[in-house]
Design a protein. Sequence first.
Lengths: 193, 193
Amino acid sequence: MFDLFFRKFNEKVSLSAEEETFVKQYLTPKKLRKKQYFLQEGDTGKGICFVEKGALRAYVLDEAGAEHITAFAFEGYTIGDLYSFLHSEPATLNIDALEDCELMIISKQSHDELLQKMPKYETYIRLLITDAYIALQRRTTTMISLPLEERYVAFTQMFPTMFQRVPQHMIASYMGLSAETLSRVRSRLSKGK
Amino acid sequence: MFDLFFRKFNEKVSLSAEEETFVKQYLTPKKLRKKQYFLQEGDTGKGICFVEKGALRAYVLDEAGAEHITAFAFEGYTIGDLYSFLHSEPATLNIDALEDCELMIISKQSHDELLQKMPKYETYIRLLITDAYIALQRRTTTMISLPLEERYVAFTQMFPTMFQRVPQHMIASYMGLSAETLSRVRSRLSKGK
DNA sequence: CAAAAACGTTGACAAAAGTCAAGACTTTTC
DNA sequence: GAAAAGTCTTGACTTTTGTCAACGTTTTTG
């Protein structure tokens, strides 16, 4: 149940069995059925979640009510509304399950206590956020510097999993495109050129 | 000379006078004239820099040789090619001075030593990257979810300084737009919508 | 298993953004 | 202080992308 969480943790900072037991106290497992929300705009205090199994997405709604997907999360990813988590403010993101999920939840209180009591946790978090930041930078750079066709190819290479598990119109949304445009890009790419 | 660096540091983690002296050993001041590079694509081991005074930009070149600005940095900001810094690999970014600059450089070696010897430094870095990540997330969300006019307004509010010190065509580049399009957005906005 | 919902594609058209070129104005540089 | 470089705007035109609608297919769901 906690397998993947500690596998990923140990990849960054190695823990003894005792340390793992200590950290486990602060984690709350949670299951989510497909389409259920982990977080809705306005919620407070829901924590962040590590994905043991399944897939989720985060999205915002614009004034017209259209969804814009800002992130996906699969096994081994961590997802949440980081700003609202850290500042204990209402969420601006919606996060829901694309598949049935098994999650490990870390509450703000657990997070703060772990930071205080366990330097290795701080290191883990630092490395986690650093990786996330670098990935997001790469995504941003791709968005502003590559023409559409190459941007699509770059995304398929960055996130190969994503393209098998997520409907195309959601990938379009994630890329800031209409579903039709993405469909046309794909057909152009497949017809040679 | 080190004033702003420690002011910002203390905003996140407070340091005693002795601790400040300790950290100072690891910092190298550097001045840069306008248009000089701090970093060029392919460089290794140049570190990251804290801006005491002045302004810089980071950009990538596409195959056609066009520049795409990925970031600006002003007083109090930290800028560098984070991935290449942390992994000691050749930079993929170019970073140059938009104005005469006074910088504080942290080398990879200093960074690693400080992380080892000083838990407060690790905390500072964690908080720094967290803030940077949240800001970048906000930028990305703005890019995919807002129509152009509102996106421009959102940027002017996010970075009020930027719009007084940076030529407009660079802001256009940062937003992933042509200079002409940004100029037209501005004229539409000024002529009362 | 049947009905409903979701999904991906395509066509016709409209809207948005990019490109190229010219011109006026400002700042830099020697 | 004159020439050069950089900057911003505008117009005409082209290309890209979005929108709306329709259709066939697959997946969900009761």
